[in-house]
Design a protein around this ligand. Structure first.
Ligand code: NAP
Length: 452
């Protein structure tokens, strides 16, 4: 195995933090192989950002430019920990940057959490966004009342998606199966439940304002929840005061009710969700403390949106309590705090699920600065690593179906073309086998064969 120049890095996870890290490493003179578990790039920009927020998704233009640079290769559909081992990557690259995000959900830890009809937001969001791991799921939207637990932007996204009108969803890239389900939905009211108060909610202002402008849904806030909150408690509280003062519109068929100071204590039902039991809180020193009052509200769907956690990958030190890869400023460390040379982490699985897409640029800059400093200090000069061609040969022997950027571009063009006829940005292909056929051009060849 001949030592190659320039140095070579693997970035595992082609979401925002992975793309920013890849771009920064290319700029620092590294060759970069960018891996993703899916045949598609962009992580949560494709599978997390709400379909009715297309502007946020235009960040992919920046990622496209990074992907087009010399020195970058994409390998989609490769799962580290299943198809290849972390150790095998460490042997083949000077540096490996993990950027695989936080795909699992934080648990409430209450009775009834796993009753049919109670779902993690991670799964529900993945479902309406056509993530292949969630595309087979079905959601029962036949109840009138849904409850979303949590006071973050994901809770707002979920609540909004549940009340948007079919004609508002139709021109989006919402997965077809979800468009059909939302169009047939009986849900009329969505309660968004926060354990703390209006002043502590994690909503960002534009997202909270958007709730007040929905075409067919009123937003309802109990004025009592705002009593005692100081005048200058911030923009969110001002907006919530405005909502609390509103009178219901005669033409609103749907409603989003923001319920503050309630902690879920049990999800109740005989074989499926029928109600949720909530305990009233007051805020003491910023923390929610139960008052002893309990209320049960009838509902047929519960979506738990209380944060995300990383999923451990064998061979990468993991902090189970926090759901993150163990690290110091992006350098991976083991349980004893000793550095794992050449191994780095960035994005949500480094710092936790916080911030907006752009936050990852700065986060990755911190990590890639460590990579560059370590390269200069000679930390990455271990045994020689194979060259790009050798690595590709090894990889394709292990994952023959790995999808390159050309394969993704074929799938992308297919989705965009299918969408353009329907006035949609794209129609997502949601099953892995169909993705593979389109990415490899097998469908085109079959069509050409049929025509000849
Ligand atoms: P988040 O902003 O951290 O909100 C999590 C919420 O869950 C908080 O209200 C938290 O309440 C609550 N919670 C946690 N544990 C709980 C428990 N045991 N019982 C009841 N409630 C509990 O997380 P997120 O909504 O998943 O969003 C993740 C990140 O993505 C955020 O940075 C968000 O801004 C970003 N994002 C942005 C957009 C956008 O810009 N449009 C859209 C989606 C997501 P406490 O505060 O009391 O802990």
């Amino acid at each position: 195995m001949a030592r190659t120049e320039p140095r070579r890095a693997a970035v595992v996870g082609a979401g925002p933090s992975g793309f920013y890290a890849a771009g920064q490493l290319l700029a620092a003179g590294f060759e970069v192989d960018l891996f993703d578990a899916l045949p598609t790039p962009f992580g949560l920009v494709r599978a997390g950002v709400a379909p009715d927020h297309p502007k946020i998704k235009t960040v992919t233009r920046i990622f496209d430019k990074i992907a087009a640079k010399d020195g970058l290769r994409f390998f989609g559909g490769v799962i580290v920990g299943r198809d290849i081992a972390a150790r095998e990557l460490a042997e083949r690259y000077h540096a490996v940057v993990y950027a695989f995000g936080t795909a699992a959900d934080t648990r409430l830890g209450i009775p009834g959490e796993d009753l049919p009809g109670s779902h993690a937001a991670t799964a529900f969001v993945g479902w309406y966004n056509g993530h292949p791991d969630h595309a087979h799921a079905t959601y029962d939207l036949t109840a009138e009342h849904a409850v979303v637990i949590g006071n973050g932007n994901v809770a707002i996204d979920v609540a909004r998606m549940l009340v948007l009108a079919p004609e508002e969803l139709q021109p989006t890239d919402t997965a077809d199966h979800a468009l059909d389900a939302f169009a047939a939905s009986s849900i009329r009211e969505v309660s968004v439940v926060g354990r703390r108060g209006p002043a502590q909610a994690a909503f960002t202002t534009p997202e909270l304002l958007e709730l007040g402008e929905l075409s067919r849904a009123d937003v309802v806030v109990d004025p009592d929840d705002l009593h005692g909150i100081p005048e200058d408690a911030g923009r969110n509280v001002d907006i919530l005061r405005d909502y609390a003062a509103r009178t219901p519109r005669a033409d609103a068929s749907h409603r989003i009710r923001l319920r503050f100071f309630w902690s879920p204590v049990e999800i109740v039902g005989d074989g499926r969700v029928e109600a949720i039991r909530l305990a009233r809180n007051r805020i003491v020193g910023g923390r929610a403390v139960p008052t002893g009052e309990v209320q049960e509200i009838a509902c047929g769907l519960v979506v738990r949106s209380i944060g995300y956690r990383g999923t451990p990958v064998e061979g990468i030190p993991f902090d189970d309590a926090r759901g993150l890869v163990r690290n110091v400023g992006g350098r991976v460390v083991d349980e004893d705090g000793a550095l794992v040379p050449g191994t780095y982490v960035t994005g949500w699985v480094k710092r936790g699920p916080s911030g907006v897409i752009g936050t990852n640029k700065k986060d990755s800059a911190e990590t890639t600065a460590c990579v560059v400093a370590d390269a200069e200090a000679g930390v990455l000069d271990g045994p020689p690593v194979p060259d790009a061609a050798e690595v590709q040969q090894w990889l394709l022997s292990r994952v023959p179906g790995a999808v390159g950027w050309d394969g993704w571009s074929r799938l992308d063009a297919h989705e965009v073309a299918t969408g353009s006829g329907a006035g949609r940005p794209r129609v997502k292909v949601v099953h892995l086998d169909a993705m593979a056929r389109i990415a490899t051009g097998a469908d085109d060849q079959a069509a050409a064969g049929a025509g000849s």
